[in-house]
Design a protein around this ligand. Structure first.
Ligand code: ZN
Ligand code: MN
Length: 465
């Protein structure tokens, strides 16, 4: 059977927690307010009013872009996106078309790099409140700044989509601190698109809109994926797009509409808003600011496989964290970095780390690597690192520790003796009873009183048998 591959992309709207709205001075916090009270002629879209862009919202969008590795465009501009809906008083939304603030960037989730297409800034619309036979309009939310984050379809499973959103929520809420990012309260809203391919042909691209919890995103995508896979034989022969809804009560997806044409929003630059140059912002300071937060530090540690609890302890002490970063410069593999973090957090080092230890990071990294390859155990690690801490040179320590170890020559001799004195086991092993390897290793360990490296014994046994 052909392998079916899933591609998922996300579009996330994040409400910024600025004091005032995107283009006017109105209170940006509409939560619990009497309808149509946090409004003014600008956000009501009355003729003759002029929007003024909220500098804080732009700065926060750029800051988010920096945290996500985006390219910050030298010039960005606002465009009008036209469509008609009762909650959109101007008949257009101020958004960004071809020159958004941020392009590219990405987040690594479960070892998969999810690329970002862009981050742009726009204003929110109002809300329709349905009561009985009538629909009422509440414009308190109209003009609220929204950051729209668009990914490429690089996500491969519904669970990964959930992980992506949880990571993104942490970043906007705790690292750059630009949004309360509650899905429940609608600060973060997600549209997902999904398609399945068999290598030659592709299913229709399904868009599922307004998913308001991480769980619903995962469930809706799971259902859509199942359905697309089961309809493999009926996939369309040319590119087709459909919008599906998700019924959370029944946990099912259903067709809402087929998209025949791309909508024509008749974008054009908003003549009331001048283009924005990134040189108006201190990008270096913003980037530094992002890296310095504790949450940012933690967000770089956990993807390596370091637990959140360990990461918190690790970054809580400056000297220790500096030392960790010096170690990491010497260690290339993630697994070694995880061991370094563990050793620091769980006190494998029998002394308090001081500033001088950072200068001996190369010696300590050697001890970390020895621990990882189980050439030494935790106790031995403690003894070695204490010596490094006390100023013993690494050459001396290496010489000493080699002396402790049973050399290859001696192991070869022991293995030869074991083979000579257990002929029937050797014959059975060579006849295919591979489980006997453990028996030989046990004998060799006993002969060396446990002081030899099991991997060396294993290697020599394999050569001889
Ligand atoms: Zn207003
Ligand atoms: Mn949007």
């Amino acid at each position: 059977m052909t392998e079916l591959k899933t591609k998922i992309g996300l579009e996330i709207h994040v409400q910024l927690k600025t004091k005032s709205k995107m283009f006017c001075r109105c209170d940006n916090d509409a939560q619990g307010k009497v309808p149509n009270t946090t409004v003014c002629p600008v956000c009501l879209g009355l003729p003759g009013t002029l929007p003024v862009a909220n500098r804080q919202a732009i700065e926060w969008t750029i800051k988010t872009g920096l945290a996500l590795g985006c390219k910050i465009l030298e010039t960005a501009k606002f465009d009008r996106k036209h469509y008609f809906y009762p909650d959109l008083p101007k008949g257009y939304q101020i958004s960004q078309y071809d020159e958004p603030f941020c392009l590219g960037g990405g987040l690594e989730i479960d070892g998969v790099k999810v690329r970002l297409n862009r981050i742009h800034l726009e204003e929110d619309a109002g809300k329709l409140v349905h009561s009985g036979n009538s629909s009422l309009v509440d414009l308190n939310r109209a003009g609220t700044p929204l950051m729209e984050i668009v990914t490429e379809p690089d996500i491969t499973t519904p669970a990964q989509a959930g992980d992506f959103l949880r990571r993104l929520q942490k970043i906007v809420r705790d690292v750059v601190e630009v949004s309360e990012a509650s899905m429940e309260k609608g600060h973060m809203r997600c549209d997902a698109n999904i398609s399945v391919s068999d290598g030659e042909q592709m299913s229709q691209i399904i868009e599922i809109k307004n998913l308001n919890s991480f769980r619903f995103v995962e469930k809706a995508l799971t259902k859509a994926e199942e359905k697309l896979k089961s309809e493999h034989a009926d996939w369309p022969t040319k590119l087709s797009k459909e919008t599906w809804g998700y019924d959370s009560d029944k946990d099912t997806v259903y067709l809402q509409r087929t998209k025949e044409e791309a909508s024509d929003y008749r974008y054009f630059p908003d003549p009331d808003l001048p283009p924005i140059n990134s040189s108006e912002f201190d990008l270096e300071a913003l980037a530094q600011n992002v890296q310095d937060t504790e949450a940012a530090k933690i967000s770089f540690l956990t993807p390596l496989g370091i637990s959140e609890a360990d990461a918190k302890i690790l970054v809580s002490n400056k000297t220790r964290f500096d030392f960790y970063n010096h170690l990491v410069n010497e260690l290339t593999e993630d697994s070694a970095k995880v061991i370094a973090a563990k050793a620091l957090v769980h006190k494998y080092f029998p002394f308090d780390i001081d500033a001088e230890d950072s200068e001996k990071a190369d010696a300590y990294s050697w001890a970390i690597l020895s621990l990882r390859s189980s050439q030494i155990n935790k106790a031995k690690f403690g003894v070695l690192t204490q010596k490094i801490h006390d100023g013993v040179s690494i050459e001396e320590i290496k010489k000493e520790s080699d002396g402790d170890k049973v050399g290859d020559d001696k192991i070869v001799k022991i293995v030869d003796e074991i083979i000579a004195s257990n002929p029937s086991e050797v014959e059975r092993y060579r006849g295919g009873d591979k489980k006997l390897l453990g028996f030989f290793i046990g004998l060799a360990m006993k002969e060396t009183k446990g002081s030899a490296n099991p991997q060396t014994i294993n290697r020599i046994l394999n050569e001889k048998l």
